[in-house]
Design a protein around this ligand. Structure first.
Ligand code: DLL
Length: 437
């Protein structure tokens, strides 16, 4: 295979040098963190008053973990480490209780992020000759602009297509001769179904590669998309707290995602004890950003479960590879790439006096896409035969949920007392999507 490297001197850097670079960057990031109100207090309690208190990479263990709740508590500016006038952009994702998790970027932060993305994209064999159709949500979600900037950095012609509307996607693919696409794996499968329905011939398209991420999927799903669409699919991992996509990405070997260790310091711990697991064992991924000056985040609990490959990759990159994310150590659901916490839904429905006490969130597959239904009892005060009133209530729940979680689940209303009550711990989520890991 003909491997290509965006920054060969860093991507193939001997491990000892890479570790020295990490230490230098970690110290710098700690110094940056000490400028924020959150870390100033958090770190000084642990005796870390300056970057000089970090003498080795092992000293990272002195730093306490940061959780999603901390980011929420620090909202809006508790994690900001540069003057607000030097911020050029923010991205945000939903927090567990509706308070967003907001990440600020300086101009250089954006440049660095684009560079990591370019490393990922170029490493799959793309060049400036490619036409890249970015079929993922733009806006506050990092998937759109993240890959967009990386594509431009490589010099590809980028089509900011956005998500959805398969007919328009096919038209653009044909009109512009798209060679590379980016989407969630469920959207790629959905696209294939729609292609058949719309009678679009595979031969009328030029696509060769797809980047797929933002939600978990199995090796079988990858193979299926590859066979159906006759393309190579590369796994892409990231999270908004760590800029977004571009944290770890597969190279042409398609076996594990290289995590850019000069930008994101990874640890894998047992999610119960928070002690490191043995190299190669599965645990929760903890990440420290080493490449951002506006919003430092140290030892972030991603809640994502994964492990490192222990062997070196044939491509020659020295940055370690992560296995597919097999699950999470919290209850976050990912619905067609959108992160949703059951607590957000509970907050919405339980805040309405017309709603009764029992509810259930059902998640299932509808063809290739995910479908979520919120089933809830109405309050005993409500006359269940009043269709107009029930329809209005359904609309109200759907609209309020849309504002809170950015997606519109189906809503099903049930008569007060009619839904089964579980004996023990209430089961609030029934996720019937096949898990084929
Ligand atoms: O999903 C960033 C992204 C966009 C990654 C586009 C890849 C492609 P968040 O919305 O903050 O950011 O969601 C992050 O999504 O903690 C994982 O649980 C999950 N996730 C992301 N990529 C993968 C993947 C973006 N390749 C959360 N496999 C993460 C499994 C993934 N899960």
């Amino acid at each position: 295979m003909n491997f290509q490297y965006w920054q060969p001197e860093i991507e193939k850097m001997p491990r000892a040098e890479l570790k020295a670079l990490q230490l230098e960057k970690l110290k710098k990031e700690v110094a940056i963190a000490l400028r924020t109100t959150f870390y100033k207090e958090r770190l000084s309690k642990k005796g870390i008053k300056s970057e000089d208190d970090i003498k080795s990479l092992d000293d990272i263990k002195k730093i306490p973990f940061t959780a999603k709740n901390d980011l929420r508590d620090g909202f809006p500016y508790g994690f900001l480490s540069i003057p607000k006038e030097d911020v050029v952009r923010l991205h945000s994702s939903s927090g567990t209780t509706g308070v967003p998790t907001t990440i600020y970027f300086s101009r250089d932060d954006i440049k660095r992020w684009a560079n990591y993305m370019a490393r990922c994209i170029y490493g799959t064999g793309c060049t400036k000759n490619d036409v890249f159709q970015n079929m993922i949500t733009y806006g506050l979600f990092t998937g759109g602009l993240g890959l967009h900037q990386g594509g431009e950095e490589v010099g590809m012609m980028v089509i900011p297509a956005g998500a959805g509307n398969t007919a328009r996607q096919f038209k653009m693919m044909q009109d512009y001769g798209t060679t590379v696409v980016h989407a969630t794996p469920s959207f790629l499968l959905h696209l294939e179904t729609k292609m058949k329905e719309a009678g679009v011939e595979r031969d009328s398209l030029f696509i060769k590669r797809a980047f797929a991420g933002a939600e978990p999927y199995s090796e079988d799903t990858r193979r299926r998309i590859e066979a159906l669409l006759k393309i190579d699919v590369y796994n892409s991992y990231g999270l908004s707290e760590m800029n977004g996509p571009g944290v770890a990405f597969e190279c042409q070997c398609k076996e594990g995602m290289h995590i850019w260790e000069d930008g994101y310091f990874p640890e894998i711990v047992n999610p119960q004890t928070l002690e490191p697991v043995k190299e190669g064992e599965t645990g929760e991924l903890i990440l420290t950003i080493l490449c951002r000056e506006a919003t430092p985040i140290l030892r972030y609990r991603t809640r994502d479960l994964t492990s490192f490959y222990t062997e070196a990759c044939p491509c020659g990159r020295t940055h370690r590879r992560l296995r597919r994310i097999t699950g999470r150590s919290d209850d976050m659901l990912i619905i067609n790439g959108v992160n949703v916490f059951p607590s957000q839904i509970e907050e919405v429905i339980m805040g309405m006096k017309e709603v009764g006490n029992n509810y259930l969130i059902v998640v299932e597959k509808d063809g290739a896409l995910d479908r979520m239904t919120v089933k809830t009892e109405v309050s005993s005060e409500i006359f269940f035969d009043d269709a107009r009133l029930l329809n209005a209530l359904k609309e109200k729940i759907m609209e309020t949920l849309k504002v809170s979680i950015s997606i519109s689940p189906k809503v099903e209303l049930h008569e007060s007392g009619s839904m089964p009550v579980s004996e023990g711990k209430a089961v609030r989520v029934k996720d019937t999507r096949p898990k084929d890991f």
